[in-house]
Ligand binder design. Structure first.
Ligand code: MTE
Length: 333
């Protein structure tokens, strides 16, 4: 991708890279527990009783308590049948600039990232701002294993079995106001844990979606991959995956979900709006200014690069094309 104020890479990517939930709203106590990740320790007996009584409303009957790997997941109707990228490749070839700009650096530099305790703050245009504990968030709904196409703007792609549930489930819980038109994801930036963060960037990394995009069932609140809790380099403990968009829309290690009425700032769009649009829908007919988007280098089990045609909306046209009806996708890239 395009780098700003850094001498690590030139302006052109290397050719090798290019080929490359209302029931919930019943009790303020129950809501608070979910939201803060509080344990029963220190609570009064009455409060404990209230929590125990409301717990079934908090946790979906099929929810899998899966704070540790391997995760327990259920199958998903949204999975594709393509051969999967080996886990070893999906965890060693990453974009996570807070841990370095080289594809191999995140695996090395993110290994000591502290992912517990972890909270996600929900604010902006919501009925009531709240803070959610990661393990309660994880247990909120059954985790589906969804095999998705994963396509980077740099023209490499993978096929990854992500584990999570539809972001729409969590957004419904957040109770955004009718005035909320967009949702912004703000990710962790901790200089002590991220000393290798690329310089020249306006950290933290932020991304955003239009509300209808965020509510599309394909948009996955993701806690794991390959049946295991997310590797740190893949965005532990929680990220989003938006499979019909270029990978940079899929923010890693999220700490805040902000609802707004204005199109939010997003990192790559700030860096280069001419190259990285807000929409960033995978589109083989709209080239990146510096390279073609017609094909992609599939990272799979083979030892040699394997070029495949890029599909409109990354193969998810049936589910998402209607979101953009009447829009000029050349202008709104
Ligand atoms: N999220 C954060 N916080 N920082 C990043 O640098 N890179 C993005 C996206 N999410 C990025 C991020 C880009 S460019 C891509 S392609 C995907 O993460 C890569 O996800 P993966 O490494 O799990 O394949």
């Amino acid at each position: 991708m395009h780098l700003r104020n850094t001498s690590k890479l030139g302006p052109e990517p290397k050719s090798s890279e290019i080929t490359s939930e209302a029931a919930f709203n019943t009790s303020s106590q129950s809501r608070r527990r979910f939201l803060t990740g509080a344990t029963y320790t220190g609570l009064t007996a009455a409060a404990s009783y209230a929590l125990a009584r409301t717990l079934p409303e908090l946790v979906h009957p099929q929810a899998v308590h899966a704070a540790s790997s391997p995760l327990r997941t259920v199958t998903s109707k949204y999975s594709i049948a393509d051969p999967q990228t080996p886990e070893s490749k999906a965890t060693s070839y990453n974009n996570f600039y807070e841990f370095g700009t080289d594809k191999a650096e995140p695996q090395i530099n993110a290994k000591n990232l502290h992912t517990r305790p972890w909270t996600v703050k929900v604010d902006g245009l919501v009925k009531k701002p709240v803070t959610v504990g990661i393990d309660d968030l994880l247990a909120y709904r059954p985790l589906e294993s969804r095999v998705y196409h994963h396509r980077c703007v740099e023209a490499w792609s993978m096929v990854v079995p992500w584990d999570g549930y539809s972001l729409s489930e969590f957004i419904n819980f957040c109770q955004p106001l009718p005035s909320a038109k967009y949702v912004q994801f703000v990710t962790l930036f901790d200089q002590h844990q991220m000393p290798d963060a690329a310089s020249g960037y306006d950290w933290p990394y932020t991304e955003g979606l239009r509300m209808d995009e965020a509510m599309n069932p394909l948009t996955l609140l993701t806690f794991g991959a390959y049946g295991n809790a997310l590797a740190n380099q893949n965005g532990a403990p929680v990220r989003v995956i938006v499979p019909w968009k270029y990978g940079f829309k899929s923010a890693k290690s999220i700490v805040r979900v902000h609802f707004t009425d204005k199109q939010p700032r997003t990192t790559w769009n700030d860096i280069g709006s001419g190259e990285y649009g807000f929409y960033a829908n995978v589109n083989p007919t709209v080239d990146h200014p510096r390279w073609s988007q017609a094909r992609e280098r599939r990272i799979d089990s083979s030892a040699f690069p394997h070029s495949v045609p890029t599909l409109m909306f990354n193969g998810y046209s049936d589910q998402v094309a209607n979101l953009y009806a009447g829009m000029d996708l050349r202008k709104n890239y």
